[in-house]
Design a binder for this molecule. Structure first.
Ligand SMILES: [Zn+2]
Length: 341
């Protein structure tokens, strides 16, 4: 993840308009007209699917285990070990899994002396009612930034990993669902150089977004929800203006409906976040980034430092995040079904 450091000036003037959008956004945007004839029978309304369970305490316990593996940068034994464990569990939950392994040319650094890196995305599918069922894709990065042996990425890399596997458990428990679901653990989100510049980051999500088109799946993907840095003990999800508006509205409304409005930023705090969601937005797929980039405060003092440890995170935050995520995802599932009729 990389924040743009200046507030979003050109859009600031639109604040009133967008704020109205949020206040009036208790439901997703209206669907397009169904056709020219007003006499054609309208399809039955889409109903919400079964609520998705999410156990924040279990996710937090697993976070401790993930962090105990040590640094999990691309190509590390710890990351390979973690992938293995996750894949085994996903298979046992009933997901169909697939690894997307590829090699990429990268900048020459201490971690990548050959200028090449092998990356592996772990893709896990739960089928929908038919082969053509619309799909909700939820993803996040599993790699940690290479910052030496003492960077363990409890929040940055760890929290997305455990939130996704916990979500997968909830989806499996409530399968079959009305849509197809895919959970993807992206490798190589972190920039190879210390600073984020150009395309030496988000390798895994860019690969997966391209694969969606190659495999003919892209048109089924109604929404991509990216999860990143979601266990900050002071959790406030960042208002990212790159994210697709109807998707962001759904999660912000879900937070308010759950009485968790203080855990999402206001339009006044809007900013632009470069993260895995851009890989999909760039190819025309609707996507939102659920991230708290103010890790430890506005200057994010713990971000990409050895301070990114368990004590800066909390089970309570993972629980709050799980409620916002799963409540929002129910609405996303319904909206994706409506839009693909
Ligand atoms: Zn990072």
């Amino acid at each position: 993840m990389h924040p743009l450091h200046q507030p979003l000036q050109p859009l600031a003037a639109l604040g009133g308009i967008l704020l109205m959008g949020i206040l009036g956004a208790c439901a997703p945007e209206p669907q397009p007209a169904q056709g020219p004839s007003s006499t054609s029978p309208s399809p039955p309304p889409v109903v919400l699917g079964a609520p998705i369970p999410f156990d924040g305490a279990r996710a937090y316990a697993q976070l401790a285990a993930v962090v105990a593996l040590g640094p999990r940068h691309p190509g590390s034994p710890a990351l390979a070990n973690l992938l293995e464990t996750l894949e085994e569990e996903l298979i046992s939950l009933g997901f169909k899994t697939r690894r997307e392994t590829f090699s990429a040319k990268v900048p020459v650094t201490q971690a990548t002396p050959s200028g090449e890196q092998i990356y592996t995305n772990l893709v896990a599918d739960l089928a929908g009612p038919s082969k053509d069922s619309p799909m909700v894709l939820v993803g996040g990065h599993i790699d940690t930034k290479f910052l030496g042996e003492s960077f363990i990425g409890a929040n940055d890399g760890g929290s997305s990993t455990v939130a996704l596997i916990e979500l997968a458990r909830g989806l499996a428990q409530t399968h079959p669902r009305n849509a197809a679901w895919r959970v993807v653990f992206f490798d190589g989100e972190e920039a190879v150089n210390f600073s984020w510049a150009g395309k030496e980051n988000t390798y895994g999500s860019r690969r997966h977004a391209r694969e969606l088109y190659k495999r003919g799946e892209a048109k089924r993907v109604g929404a991509v929800v990216v999860v990143d840095m979601v266990a900050d003990r002071d959790l406030v999800l960042t208002w990212d203006d790159y994210s697709t508006k109807w998707l962001r509205n759904i999660f912000w409304t879900a937070a308010k409906d759950e009485g968790l409005g203080k855990h999402v930023a206001t339009a006044r705090q809007r900013t632009l976040v470069k993260d895995d969601h851009l890989s999909f937005l760039d190819l025309g797929i609707h996507a939102v980034d659920l991230i708290d980039l103010e890790y430890g405060g506005p200057l994010r003092p713990w971000w990409h430092t050895d301070e990114d440890t368990m004590d800066k995170t909390s089970a309570a935050s993972l629980k709050v995040f799980g409620r916002i995520l799963t409540k929002g995802l129910l609405e996303v599932e319904a909206e994706v079904l409506r839009r693909q009729r």
